[in-house]
Design a protein around this ligand. Structure first.
Ligand SMILES: Nc1ncnc2c1ncn2[C@@H]1O[C@H](COP(=O)(O)OP(=O)(O)OP(=O)(O)O)[C@@H](O)[C@H]1O
Length: 343
């Protein structure tokens, strides 16, 4: 059995905001642990409390009550300097470091190891080069950070956290501004870093598609319902993703790992397709056009009308009680009078 090494854990934690003597609770009774070797993705709707939780774990804001233990010691007992040895943070606040070059900004991440006026040694430079390479920013190392795009700046902030070489890395929506290739690259990098260098990494994200592929664990934060933690596939198969977004018209498609609008309306059509890909995209097209797709019961197909048979992408047959027509594409099908007038 794999022995899990806990980096940070919380017991009966209440997070939120203090306004004078009044406390505004965002979540209470939270219990969790983050272990080395795992990339954990924190998911939840807007306002669910993801940033509040990350800021509390990063000691940027205090908990309202409860205990947080970092490497066996209370988090509150660490000085800011001691914390910077253990926790690398990438929060969403825009960096004010526009006057620094990319390389200078990333080098600031080495401060816990070199001291404020400490000189960077050969090894420090190698670590910085390696991090810039890893996030794909090596070629822009001498650019000013003010001249970067939002996505590029985000990559630089990730590189800065990487060079800190902490056992715990916390990131608030690190892939928010990134294109799909960069999102996959960054999440693959974080996953590799967690498993190969035995770091504990917690990132919040709205990029559910990638979280389900690369997150070793998920933390599902639900407004008013607290936090559910578990291995990604366990949570999906236990239908815990179904209630992540409290919206009755949104449903989780556990086959494809996506959320989609619930199909409502009166029109139904039987659908048969030669393979899973054709079925998925035929259903997508029919749902978008207001049809609820029904499975063929198998035996007596003559009873099952209207019926759309998708033999291939260029061979679609629509059968109604009046006739059967063949179409060479979905475009042709949706332009047909048969679909518009007879169904
Ligand atoms: N400084 C603050 N003072 C008081 N309440 C706050 C403060 N910042 C956030 N909140 C409230 O805390 C709750 C959680 O907000 P938080 O920013 O943690 O959500 P989130 O899950 O990160 O949302 P998003 O996905 O939109 O970034 C919200 O109801 C928000 O209004």
């Amino acid at each position: 059995m794999k022995v899990q090494s806990v980096v940070i854990e919380a017991k009966d934690l209440t997070i939120g905001y203090r306004h004078g003597k009044r406390g505004e609770v965002v979540h209470s009774h939270l219990n969790f642990a983050l272990c080395r070797g795992e990339l954990t993705c924190l998911l939840g709707s807007n306002g669910a409390g993801k940033s509040t939780l990350l800021r509390t774990l990063a000691a940027v804001q205090p908990p309202l009550s409860g205990d947080i233990t970092l490497l066996g010691k209370p988090l509150a007992s660490y000085s800011p300097k001691e914390r910077s040895w253990e926790i690398g943070i990438v929060l969403t606040d825009k960096t004010q470091a526009g006057g620094l070059s990319v390389r200078e900004l990333v080098a600031l991440g080495r401060q816990p190891h070199t001291g404020f006026f400490g000189r960077l040694g050969k090894e420090d430079h190698e670590i910085i080069d390696h991090a810039l390479e890893a996030v794909g920013m090596a070629e822009k190392a001498s650019k000013y950070t003010a001249e970067l795009s939002d996505g590029e700046r985000q990559k630089v902030m990730i590189a800065k956290a990487l060079v800190q070489e902490c056992p715990l890395i916390l990131l608030d929506e690190p892939t928010a501004f990134l294109d799909v290739v960069s999102r996959i690259e960054i999440m693959t990098l974080l996953h590799r870093l967690a498993s190969e260098e035995q770091r504990a990494i917690l990132m919040s994200t709205h990029d559910i598609e990638q979280a389900l592929v690369l997150g070793d664990k998920l933390w599902l934060l639900k407004k008013g319902k607290g936090l559910e933690c578990g291995v990604t596939e366990d949570l999906i198969l236990a239908h815990r993703m179904d209630t992540l977004f409290p919206h009755e018209d949104i449903r989780f498609d556990s086959m494809h790992g996506i959320y989609s609008p619930e199909v409502k309306g009166g029109k139904s059509i039987y659908l048969s397709a030669s393979d899973e890909i054709l079925r998925h995209w035929a259903q997508n097209a029919m749902n978008r056009n207001g049809f609820l797709c029904l499975e063929l019961p198998g035996a007596d197909r003559k009873e099952c009308l209207p019926l759309l048979e998708v033999k291939s992408a260029n061979h679609l047959i629509l059968s109604t009680e009046r006739n059967s027509e063949v179409y060479c594409s979905f475009e042709a099908l949706f332009a047909s009078s048969q679909l518009v007038c007879e169904l």
